[in-house]
Design a protein around this ligand. Structure first.
Ligand code: DGP
Length: 117
């Protein structure tokens, strides 16, 4: 079994978060270290450490991440102007919390997707 992260405790409401949405498959809450006016994390309730561990059994939950991202973007008033969805994986991807999550970022012009190198 993969090791739980703080996100499992947030999902179970054992520690506080600014939760925006929860259903049987996914949970959405504001990022504690916001990088944009809207910065929400949308996570499968099931612990999947990284995108390397996704399987066909996760299709519904992973699809739900997009459904909920679009819903929250509309609620936050950022849908028309646009936003960015990011899923980081492992060291080169800059992943810090090993419970797969989608970042929803918006509310300002975000600039280039990657710094030029
Ligand atoms: P990543 O680098 O993709 O693994 O992003 C992890 C994000 O999780 C990072 O933007 C900060 C956020 N984060 C870490 N710990 C907590 C927490 O306890 N609560 C909340 N709301 N966000 C957290």
């Amino acid at each position: 079994m993969p090791e739980e992260t703080i996100f499992s405790k947030i999902i179970r409401k054992e520690i506080p978060s600014e939760m925006l949405y929860q259903d049987d498959l996914v949970t959405a809450f504001r990022d504690i270290n916001a990088q944009a006016p809207t910065h929400v994390l949308i996570v499968p309730n099931k612990l999947i450490p990284t995108t390397n561990e996704v399987s066909a059994a996760d299709e519904q939950a992973l699809g739900r991440l997009f459904i909920v991202a679009a819903k929250i973007a509309k609620e936050e008033g950022i849908a028309a102007d646009g936003y960015r969805l990011i899923v980081n994986c492992n060291d080169h991807g800059g992943q810090e919390v090993f419970h797969l999550h989608m970042h929803l970022l918006g509310g300002r012009k975000l600039g280039r997707m990657l710094p030029q190198s």
